[in-house]
Design a protein around this ligand. Sequence first.
Ligand code: PLP
Length: 502
Amino acid sequence: MQMFRLQRNVYLDNNATTPISARVRKKMASVLKNHYGNPSSQYQLGRDSAEIIEQARAQVATAIGASAEQILFTGSATEANNQVIRALCQQAPADRRKIISSPIEHSSILRALDHAETQGFEIVRLPVDRHGRVDMQALQRHLDDNTLLVCCMLANNETGILQDIAEISRHAHRHGAYLLADCVQALAKIPIDVTSLGVDYATFSAHKIHGPKGVGALYWAKGTPMAPLIHGGHQENGLRGGTECVHNIAGFGEACADVPAAIDAMAAVRSLRNSLRDKLMAHAPGMIEHSHDTLGLPNTLSVTFPGQQNSTMLAALDLGGVSVSAGSACNAGGSQPSHVLKAIGLSDEDAHATLRISLSGSTTAKDIDYALGVFAEMLRGNTPHVQIVKPAHVDRDFLYNPEHYILDIRFGYERSLLKSMPRAHEAAFLSFKRYLHHIPRDKTIVIVCMGGIDAMALAYRLHEKGFRKLAVVLGGLAAWRLAQPELYKSCAGMDITQLSPQ
Ligand code: PLP
């Protein structure tokens, strides 16, 4: 029986990225065709490109209530967040060595702060309430005249929960500390005015608002410290070396011109989101919501289906053409439960049973109806049969069972992090069709990846190709290493076969 008959693709992962709008595509195509001049060149073709950049800068500034000279274009919001933290740390006075952050920040803030910690800065990670809002009393307790910076995102990428940035800014400024607000997820979903928010630095990313990937923007208030992260030419007033990606910047500007209309469309998005939530609840009465109708973004639904595995849910929905995520896209490869869900008090089990569903202005009622149908099949357990093996059960007998064919589909860099199970066959997940001829049909195919999610997706694809004896190790290699440390030490990485693609 065909369990999921793919009828359409429904994209419900708009917090990961958004499709480029027709308006942005048109603008970018025109820039690519007509404005190939280097913006630094001293003739008309170059000056035209420079003008395109300045128009885009004004468009971004208008969308957030800033003036154009306060906008710096970067290659991503990740870069922008790193640039602020690095610049402030480099210029910090000797008596300001403390940085206060929320624990639910994006990895580009968290990892940059980890780095600052290695440079001698004290990092304070504040508690949050059950919704994920920063504990204001803890903030006030930790803030003092040694505090250099407070980092707090405006909207969380996993749950959509909003922070009271204006109040955080008042507390920070009372002690002379700067405030960096990552506004990536909030732009084009709620109105943003950097002046009334009182932020010193704010960061944005084009691809979250129907613009292109690979371009971010950094707002910085007048008089605040700034320094280049990338040294080179004099581009971006000497604050980011490297020839500007003119078509991306133009696309970002054009996407920003659509911000008021996008915000107007959010009332309809909210009502679609709420109808999806209510209907899902009818199918899964135990479902728990972590997003919030009034405290969060209108487009984001974060829900736990107790007892389910997000790897199985993602694979089943993917097979049905519905794209959602288990957490943020940046953490998707790992086996660790989401740090955001853990910070708001979820157990590991519940965090691993949680999905993020994020809509956009282009999501339709038909999309929601179709997705609900696929969800309903999935919740009824009408999914391909794949055996889920607990890592504690992957012992020596299991590994050396001649009936088991272990298939390791990790990505290249993941292979450098952990050794594989003994007797594993290594193949590339993304081009798995080119490895099919190697995979035996008479054995149980035990698929392993880093965290368990990709393995389940491949298991469902192999099921489609007629394979019936399929198994996936729950939590992937990372969980196996934790569950079987002695076995990992004695035999991981032995007798590995690298399969060659056809
Ligand atoms: N901050 C938040 C809250 C995000 O959701 C993201 C993207 O997922 C980023 C920063 C990084 O943006 P970029 O993809 O431009 O590096």
